[in-house]
Design a protein around this ligand. Sequence first.
Ligand SMILES: Nc1ncnc2c1ncn2[C@@H]1O[C@H](COP(=O)(O)OP(=O)(O)OP(=O)(O)O)[C@@H](O)[C@H]1O
Ligand SMILES: [Mg+2]
Length: 252
Amino acid sequence: MNPKIAVAGKGGVGKTTIAGALARVFAMEGHSVIAIDADPAMNLHFSLGIERNPEPLSDMKDLIMERTSLDNGLFKLNPKVDDIVENYGIQKGNVVLLVMGTVRRGGGGCTCPENAFLRALLRHIFRRDTTVVMDCEAGIEHLGRGTARGVDIMLIVVEPSVKAVETATRIKSLGCEIGIRKFAAVLNKVMDTDINAITERISEAEIPIIGVIPQDNAILRAEIKGKAPFDASPSFVERVKMLKNRIEMLLQ
Ligand SMILES: Nc1ncnc2c1ncn2[C@@H]1O[C@H](COP(=O)(O)OP(=O)(O)OP(=O)(O)O)[C@@H](O)[C@H]1O
Ligand SMILES: [Mg+2]
């Protein structure tokens, strides 16, 4: 099974940290993985342990024009995209990183060459026989653009705060609207305090909690050094392995 996973949640909850580690756990276990950085902040490469970003796809104006333009001044909605991962991603081990960059704003119906190109690319990637982990932009706005349309599961990262749960609930309802059928939550940055009130709220939203990751100083120390938490915290890696197993169970 090659799951297509989008990682979403409120700002700062740990999406990029978890998305990068999840991609690496799948890669470690033999999957070939496409990691998609769909956040304009473009920092997924750190948690993947990849030194630099590839050129963001949204900046490749010439390529996009070449692939999308038609003679009559209109543009193609189904441009050739099947070589993009191989030619424009950066590979490390079993992981290829693609960076989407800054996509022009607009609703789901926004049609411009950049959006047509990126949409066609994502459609292609989500149909490939490859595991995909996509790091989404914080919050809910990206759901309106439908970036994650076509994933098998949306993993919602929640920190122990009512605000994070509220965002998770909205992500689920908007995710349903774009046709995503499976949702799961991972509770991150959990401290020794009582989190029953939070887990109850998540359960009320009917989002199964499939993982709990403690607040981990090794992750923060790695951050200071610009290192991937995956390479700095064995206990974090163990938690992410469990998360991977639960995702696979949910998708069986
Ligand atoms: N389990 C954890 N323990 C301690 N620190 C953590 C943990 N998970 C993430 N962090 C830290 O929290 C901060 C935010 O993490 P990260 O960048 O992954 O969040 P994000 O949800 O992707 O943020 P953004 O919304 O800005 O994209 C980082 O400094 C990261 O090192
Ligand atoms: Mg992030």
